[in-house]
Design a binder for this molecule. Structure first.
Ligand SMILES: *Cc1c(COP(=O)(O)O)cnc(C)c1O
Length: 400
């Protein structure tokens, strides 16, 4: 099996399982993971898959089988990771803005925790003292990432304890004898420049000496992948070289591990979202191709102005014309504006590439539409890994 599913394979899968449909290629996920481990080739480096990008248990198992760890954004993700078979010591919970009760629950499950506010750290210290080592998420005041919605490290961001509050942080730690074993920073998503991670390490150099129990620094995720052919993307070999060089340039980090939390990098390119054209509408300005989906299934174009490459699976050799691809919900839900595509006819199947990360995961039942089914292709075979919703699912939690 190659790393890209061919249009013929996708066509066959769509015919078998129906549309709208998410399809993931396990081989591609494994390839991406091995690219990272090969680039770093260093047993001090640990990768935690940021599973919020795609939490299907079967995907978690693919990465677990490779020896990858997992990073969670909610207590339910922690429970999904445990359910998938990850050991607590390989599960990291990087929380933000959560109730202290959820941190207590994570503690009781025995997972690694990164605490993101002084308030919760104080409560944690008062309750657990030195008995349960933890990490802290810092806000390094570095601007990075594709756009403001996905930038998390700048000086107006809600994430992490600002580095300018270091003195207070150290005093909370000392007072409660908290053992801080991990310093975490995550500056944003869609980072193409390895220098952002180098800068992160340099910010940490000044902070490391304040925490004698430190075992790791955690540089977060956010590795950019290319959505258009000419898009820049992160060069992981260059990233490895620069990060390891900076890391090894300083005695302070001699006994520390480096952790990363890639999400999109691991799963984005493995994913395909297949839709079917319901309606063609010719207007004086534009030809609309309306598909059997909307931002309720793939929100990235409307939410982040994201570009997804599209192909006409059922008429790949048609004459190229321009189409605006829209959905079927009661709001503007444009997937692509004036996109050149082989002639689109009603009934054709259109595939959106690079849809593995934040695709299904951000889908909803808006307009009381069903969420799509999910299929995994592994060892040359496709299998259903999530059923399409049925009408009962819409009523499931309603109380009459
Ligand atoms: C979202 C997130 C990630 C993963 O980001 P990607 O862009 O998908 O790599 C990693 N760590 C934390 C704390 C995050 O919030």
């Amino acid at each position: 099996m190659g790393n890209e599913l061919s249009p013929e394979q996708l066509n066959e899968i769509a015919n078998e399982y129906g549309t709208p449909l998410y399809v993931y290629n396990a081989d591609k996920i494994v390839t991406q993971y091995r690219r990272l481990t090969t680039a770093f080739q260093n047993d001090k480096v640990r990768f935690f898959y940021a599973c919020k990008s795609l939490t299907n248990i079967n995907i978690l198992k693919v990465l677990k089988a490779e020896g990858c760890n997992v990073d969670c954004s909610s207590i339910n993700e922690v429970k999904l990771a445990l359910y998938a078979g990850f050991e607590p010591q390989n599960i990291l919970y990087t929380s933000n803005g959560i109730a202290f009760a959820e941190i207590e629950e994570a503690q009781s499950l025995g997972v690694i925790i990164n605490i993101d506010s002084l308030s919760n750290l104080k409560k944690f210290g008062e309750k657990f003292g030195s008995s349960y080592p933890v990490g802290v998420r810092l806000r390094p005041n570095i601007m990075a990432g594709g756009n403001l919605k996905i930038s998390t490290g700048h000086d107006k961001s809600k994430f992490g304890i600002p580095v300018d509050q270091l003195e207070e942080l150290v005093s909370v730690v000392k007072k409660n004898q908290i053992q801080i074993t991990n310093l975490h920073i995550h500056t944003g998503s869609d980072i193409k420049d390895p220098e952002v991670f180098v800068k992160g390490i340099e910010v940490l150099f000044d902070i490391i000496p304040h925490f004698p129990h430190l075992k790791s620094i955690d540089l977060g995720g956010g590795f950019k992948v290319a959505y258009k052919e000419e898009d820049p993307f992160i060069n992981v070999e260059e990233l490895a070289e620069k990060v390891l060089h900076t890391f090894e340039s300083n005695e302070l980090t001699k006994d520390l591990q480096i952790w990363f939390e890639p999400g999109k990098f691991l799963v984005s390119e493995s994913g395909y979202f297949i839709t079917q054209v319901n309606v063609l509408k010719e207007t004086s300005a534009t030809t609309f191709a309306g598909v059997n989906s909307g931002f309720n299934h793939l929100i990235r174009p409307m939410f982040y102005d994201a570009y997804h490459r599209i192909q006409n699976l059922t008429n790949p050799d048609g004459t190229v014309k321009e189409y605006t691809i829209t959905g079927n919900i009661c709001e503007t839900d444009t997937f692509a504006w004036s996109r050149p595509l082989p002639e689109v006819r009603e009934g054709d199947l259109l595939v959106f590439y690079n849809a593995g990360a934040y695709g299904f995961e951000m889908s909803s039942n808006y307009n009381s539409r069903f969420k799509p089914a999910e299929v995994l292709v592994e060892n040359g075979e496709s299998r259903l890994i999530r059923k399409r919703d049925v009408f009962e699912d819409l009523l499931k939690n309603q109380v009459l």
